[in-house]
Write a protein that binds this ligand. Structure first.
Ligand SMILES: Nc1nc2c(c(=O)[nH]1)N[C@H]1C(S)=C(S)[C@@H](COP(=O)(O)OP(=O)(O)OC[C@H]3O[C@@H](n4cnc5c(=O)[nH]c(N)nc54)[C@H](O)[C@@H]3O)O[C@H]1N2
Ligand SMILES: Nc1nc2c(c(=O)[nH]1)N[C@H]1C(S)=C(S)[C@@H](COP(=O)(O)OP(=O)(O)OC[C@H]3O[C@@H](n4cnc5c(=O)[nH]c(N)nc54)[C@H](O)[C@@H]3O)O[C@H]1N2
Ligand code: SF4
Ligand SMILES: [Mo]
Length: 747
């Protein structure tokens, strides 16, 4: 039996620490998996999914060689040098003829890996790529923008220390998103001094544990939250002192909230005025309110407005910047700075945090507009499956003059690409993710590789490095100099890097690859891909010297940034890298230290609510469907082998008993779901958790894999075969996946 090794689970963004024993009877595998009690935040916690990680590690359709599409639409295995030479030729050809801004970059990381995004920067800068996106632009960009306007950064809840936890369109029992979610939820539920409110049309597993479940009508959260905010203002229940001292730009907002007809809004939302009053009172009576929203509202109508309205509730009641409330974290990398800058070249879609809305990508390609994208690099993402209207995305990929996918598997997106490049998986290289939002102590987890990659597979860092040598002349003498400097020590290396960049700032374009070729090669074997984190460590050490030192990291004569880098690459369970004060969260707000509630565009949008709600359903499409629910055995498209699931093999459509009876459906029967975009045959499960008129389909199904007879077989329904890319938020372009009008018929 081997020793216990440490790493993390890669099946959701929580990335809980794991301890594993390794075996190699059937290839590389984890023979035992348990929680790592030394992980600074997951502290030994795991959910049911982690025990199934072998299905990722030993994925049965693992890609093992570069592939090139042939004339018959199939793929031929080719060698790396041929693949990378041809890819470099195609990409530089498109750049030279049409401009680098016609090449689009999609992805850069998944739930557990963010180093692809670091190294692709060299390729992207060399090609002059200007436009990119990733999955955040189909869920979080509206929230990012709202938070940027209010706080100058993305707000997070302190669920561990709150006395009132509010979950809006989020089911952490299954989806996590907060550390040790099930344990945390149980702790809150058990403690008579703490309360929980869940806002969800479905009686979710989280709602089961709540003190108050507000079963809002699907897609009507905006009216509910506006009614709660209006109640606080109209009855002067807000925190006057806090507003006076800590908030600005609220005057126009308060005037609008004064004018809201609360009973009317309550009626539209499906929640009684009495319950709204009760909730407002509970918020005011609580000392420490922590609030989080997620896809139930972010992938829904009025999503950006909802992100704003829910924040009004806790900002006006003073629940920010104190333990147990809400804060702005700081970590190694930033995910969503939230600036809205520029527009996409063809459709003029808003670019937030540098990302084009995922829903707009196909439209940016399927046009004769001269600015259309002509090539795409997809790295660690599966947009054909994950973006609205899969068929449209396939058409768009077909229309491109060139596309390449970098992935561990032959995904739905890979199957549309001209070239597919296979990579070492996340247990075969050093990896890290930037989903670390804890505060005031913040951690970072660089995982050490546990296995060698199968022969012939490269890391993303190596792929981008080799691709670069095909496109530009790499300054090999500089690489030799830097390697010699490394032999002298990190301080000398740092000095030489800064000197080289000062002499030739254009080297910044290929800096990640330079680091990989120098620092990377001096790190312990297998850790090469961690080199790209070095500049982030340097930046953090400069920006937050006191907090890094308070975390116990000391300069020791090599420079604080180098010491921080040393700590992160030598802490296999993860390390605390920042120890801040609660006052620091206030310092992110700008010079006056005030939360800014002014947002004229969203104020005007509250007026739109006053006009009432339109009926999203019709006689043709009488149900609303939430397309993409998180369940016990879903993990985006990270595990593709259907056998990993212990239950819900096909991903059943959940429907209320009365609706099912009316349609002559029972658990185990089959139905056809029809939307404006497509139809699908689905297994039905009757569930009294659902609201009448509301049905739910899980995410991560409808993936192809090789069956026992060697056939490519799909399991369950891929939700985006049924969704439309036009159904999207007007501020952020995020999709309305959680309220799709559908027709359901027994078959
Ligand atoms: N098991 C599992 N966990 C995951 C993932 C996974 O694939 N599987 N994916 C990860 C990722 S990428 C993300 S972004 C998160 C997402 O995590 P969540 O947002 O929590 O996941 P969902 O199940 O999509 O949606 C949450 C809830 O929204 C509710 N909802 C639907 N319509 C409405 C509505 O109109 N109003 C309100 N208020 N609620 C509504 C649903 O009933 C559901 O309970 O999960 C992460 N964790
Ligand atoms: N209708 C509907 N659509 C949705 C959702 C929904 O609720 N409803 N949810 C949305 C959400 S919140 C999200 S986050 C997106 C997620 O969608 P995407 O970001 O497109 O992708 P994932 O499914 O997370 O898959 C990540 C990819 O990374 C690959 N991969 C795994 N390990 C590695 C590695 O080491 N290197 C490389 N290069 N690749 C690797 C996997 O094989 C997979 O193809 O889906 C969205 N789509
Ligand atoms: S899937 Fe479960 S075990 Fe894995 S990171 Fe998420 S919460 Fe942790
Ligand atoms: Mo997500």
């Amino acid at each position: 039996m081997s020793d216990w090794k440490v790493s993390c689970c890669v099946l959701c963004g929580n990335n809980c620490g794991i301890k594993v024993q390794l075996g190699s009877e059937n290839g590389q595998e984890f023979t035992r998996i348990k929680g790592d009690e030394n992980h600074p935040f997951s502290k030994g916690y795991l959910c049911n999914k982690a025990s199934r990680l072998n299905y990722y590690l030993n994925a049965k359709d693992r890609l093992l060689t570069p592939m090139r599409r042939n004339d018959t639409g199939g793929y031929d295995a080719i060698d790396w040098d041929t693949a990378l030479s041809e890819i470099a030729d195609k990409l530089t050809g498109i750049r030279d003829e049409f401009g680098g801004d016609k090449i689009f970059y999609y992805g850069g990381g998944g739930q557990g890996n963010h180093t692809p995004g670091l190294y692709s920067r060299s390729t992207n800068a060399t090609l002059g790529i200007e436009y990119r996106t990733n999955a955040l632009a189909q869920e979080k960009t509206g929230e990012f923008w709202v938070c940027n306007q209010m706080f100058g950064g993305w707000a997070h809840p302190d669920m561990d220390n709150c006395d009132l936890a509010i979950f809006i369109g989020k089911n952490p029992w299954h989806s996590h998103g907060i550390q040790r979610a099930r344990a945390t939820l149980r702790e809150i539920a058990k403690d008579s001094g703490r309360k929980m409110i869940v806002i969800d049309p479905k009686r979710s597993e989280t709602a089961d544990l709540a003190d108050i479940h507000l079963a809002v009508r699907p897609a009507r959260d905006a009216w509910l939250l506006a009614a709660i905010a209006a109640t606080l203002v109209q009855q002067e229940m807000y925190d006057r002192q806090f507003i006076q001292d800590r908030v600005k730009g609220y005057e126009d907002l308060f005037a609008i909230l004064e004018s809201i007809d609360t009973p009317e809004f309550a009626e539209i939302s499906g929640i009684s005025p009495e319950q709204i009053q009760e909730v407002a009172q509970l918020i005011v009576d609580s000392d420490r309110v922590a609030v989080v929203e997620d896809l139930g509202v972010q992938m829904n109508r009025h999503s950006t407005l909802v992100s704003y309205l829910q924040r009004l509730i806790w900002v006006t009641t003073g629940n920010f910047g104190r333990p147990g409330t809400n804060y702005i974290p700081l970590g190694m990398g930033t995910l969503g700075e939230g600036q809205r800058q520029g527009k996409s070249p063809v459709t003029g879609a808003p670019i937030i945090s540098g990302l084009i809305p995922c829903n707009s990508v196909a439209e940016e390609i399927l046009t004769d507009h001269p600015s259309r994208f002509r090539a795409m690099i997809v790295d660690s993402a599966n947009p054909v499956h994950s973006v609205a209207d899969s068929e449209k995305f396939r058409e768009a990929m077909d229309r491109l003059e060139f596309s390449v996918v970098i992935d561990v598997a032959m995904t739905e997106t890979a199957r549309e690409a001209d070239y597919v490049l296979p990579v070492a998986n996340q247990y075969e290289k050093a990896e890290a993710a930037f989903f670390n939002f804890e505060f005031p102590n913040n951690y970072f987890h660089v995982r050490h590789p546990l296995f060698e990659a199968p022969e012939g597979l490269l890391t993303e860092a190596e792929i981008h490095s080799r691709l670069l040598t095909k496109m530009v002349t790499i300054p090999e003498d500089l690489i030799s100099n830097l390697n010699a400097a490394l032999d002298e020590g990190m301080a000398c290396f740092q000095e030489q890097v800064f000197k080289a960049l000062a002499e030739d700032p254009s080297l910044m374009d290929i800096a990640p690859t330079l680091l990989y070729r120098t620092l990377g090669q001096h790190l312990p074997a297998g850790m090469e891909t961690a080199a790209g984190l070095w500049p982030l460590a340097q930046q953090l050490a400069v920006r937050k010297q006191a907090a890094v030192e308070k975390a116990g990291i000391s300069d020791q004569g090599q420079g604080l940034g180098n010491a921080l880098f040393d700590v992160i690459i030598n802490s296999p369970s993860g390390a605390i890298i920042l120890s801040e004060e609660w006052a620091d969260t206030w310092s992110r707000l700008g010079s006056d230290g005030k939360v800014n509630l002014s947002n004229p565009e969203l104020l005007a949008e509250i007026d739109v609510l006053q006009a009432g709600a339109s009926d999203e359903t019709s006689s043709e499409y009488p149900f609303l469907m939430a397309a993409g629910e998180r369940r016990a055995f879903t993990a985006n498209t990270i595990i593709r082998d259907p056998d990993w699931r212990r239950k819900d093999a096909e991903g059943a459509l959940l429907i209320h008993p009365e609706d099912a009876a009316r349609l002559n459906l029972g658990s185990g029967s089959r139905a056809t779901i029809t939307t404006q975009t497509g139809d699908a045959n689905v297994l039905v499960e009757v569930s009294d958790r659902m609201m009448r008129g509301h049905v739910s389909l899980p995410n991560g199904y409808g993936l192809g894999s090789t069956s026992k007879d060697g056939e490519w077989e799909l399991t369950g329904v891929a939700p985006n075969e049924l969704t439309s890319f036009e159904d999207r938020d007007k501020f952020a372009g995020t999709p309305w996946h959680k309220s799709i009008p559908v027709r359901i018929e027994a078959c």
